[in-house]
Design a protein around this ligand. Sequence first.
Ligand code: SF4
Length: 345
Amino acid sequence: MKPKIRNIVDKAKAGKSIEAAEIKELLSWPALSEESFYTQFAAREMNRELNGGRAEIHGQVGVVTAACPCNCAFCSFAASNGIFKERSVQPLEEIMAQCRVLEQQGANAIYLMATANFPFNDFIRIAREVKSHLDKDSILVANIGDFGYQEAVALKEAGVAGIYHAVRLGEGQVTRIKVQRRLETMQAAHQAGLKLGTCLEPVGPEHSLDELVEKIVITRKVGAVFSGAARRIPIPNTELSRYGIVSEARMAQIVAVVNLATGYGIAGNCTHEPNVPGAMAGANVLWAESGANPRDTVEHTENSRGFDVARCRDIYREAETPVLEGPSLLYAPSHKTGSLGKVGT
Ligand code: SF4
């Protein structure tokens, strides 16, 4: 193995921040090279020292299918993709039932997801109801469009612990949203005391190493409780589907590089869709899904692409990764980025 790679990996393991050029070097090796496996082994070892090695399963319920004017080319809700033409909101009772199922199955956090054009006040009403029907300690997270400080405060008051938000690959080019707008939303969330989960996504085969590096660096700068890497699922017959899909082997390498780049300061490292190579490479947040899903073309992803909690648990078992029981540590009120440290080892 090249000494250069060993030096970069060992630097990250020693708790030092690696440079953008070093992140790029790690990414430049083939997925099945010795260098890649050394990177993945190191990432797994680093995560074994964080959170006592206990991985989390986060469950998401998509509350609406709609044609969204933001037109993110990778999303099945993009109006330009023409898949969902009518707005269809799940009845509140069904949303609550799906959240309860995820909770009872053992999801460590429950997310409510809505398209960017979903009325904010309607979302708050749903979030309040769901929160009041979950166990007292359950963690509720919002995955919605961009918002300002007032909305962030309203989310907090509704019992939401945090948000999932990302500056996506191709932001502003294959989406109608500016990078700055995404960052402002994250800032508003922080100001209101909401925690932030983020990710390098949606990774496609056409993305250059420089773009991957640029977005990885953003994920470690935005004060997130977890980062990670997720691949793009091609929506059939859409503009981006011609590029195909990144292999799980390559994604495992990328998720490991993200982990080394974010270091011990960010305890969580997610991957999506759930898979064993990613979990073996240190991913410690996997996703169960119900209802609407921007990677799916049906209204109820639990009948299609969506994984349930048991399937995520199986993936962790195959990867020999223990799973946290109880509410998410990443979104816990006491968790400040980096504060989970090397606990439980
Ligand atoms: S990713 Fe979000 S903002 Fe973009 S089209 Fe889909 S729902 Fe709209």
